[in-house]
Design a protein around this ligand. Sequence first.
Ligand code: SF4
Length: 284
Amino acid sequence: MSNTIIKAPCVNLTKLETLFIEMTAQNCNLKCKHCYINFNEKKVKDFIPIEKVKQALININKEDLKYIYLTGAEPMMHPDFNHILRLCLKYSSVIINTNAVNINDKKARFLRKVEEENNLGNEIIFMISIDHYDEKENDLLRGRGSYRKAVHAIQSLIKYDFNPILTIVNYQNMNEGELINKFKELCLSFNFETTDINFKIIPYIDKNKECEISENIDYDKLNTDCTKSRTLTLNGIFSCPLLSSDNRGKCGSDITDFSTKNYLETSYCAQCSAYNKKLFSFEL
Ligand code: SF4
């Protein structure tokens, strides 16, 4: 038996350019087969209080902050979603990571008004989860009806002049170029002209797979979310959305007091660092 002890690599946060706000850890209106969240049997009302968001935004270093992401489970389930969105738009552009079930024409029109109300030029950007260009394949993963709802939401958003990004978990490990071309065809079928920036392909990270951290990666040059962001949750600050319910990802209690060092101890980190691209945020 080898006596080698592999130490978890340490990654330093260079600048807090991105703040993820976990609006709810458990509330979602879908039950996707491949979701990384371990859902409770019972529905819980675990919404982040608006005061906690307000306090974090007051204390954050505004010079460095470039984007705020509203994430979940499903961020639009938060009862104060509109209020928190307006608040965040006073600080930066806001990206909403959503399954889009709650977006229709009326909501898109309303969100267009919300964006126009802020006179700082900050934008609302939608990242819509849809995992396959084929309805049947998508719904096998994300649940019956989810494809139609996502497509309908995309159509509503473009009607009100938004330019959504489609977030695609490459569950079948397809060739990325081919996958994007298929999605481009789908978008063109409802007159949405896209370019590569409209697609974010992410690999499937298996929560049940035991993986060892690789020794063959230059961890000083890592390009993962935890190098530029932190996640604000009901329970404190975490290194990234993937680890927001894992104590090994906890960095501190609030935005005035959190560690900039992050030890990659989990199987998630092993898979994510091997991929070495941002899973949740787009490239700045
Ligand atoms: S899962 Fe990825 S982004 Fe999250 S802490 Fe680990 S290496 Fe960083």
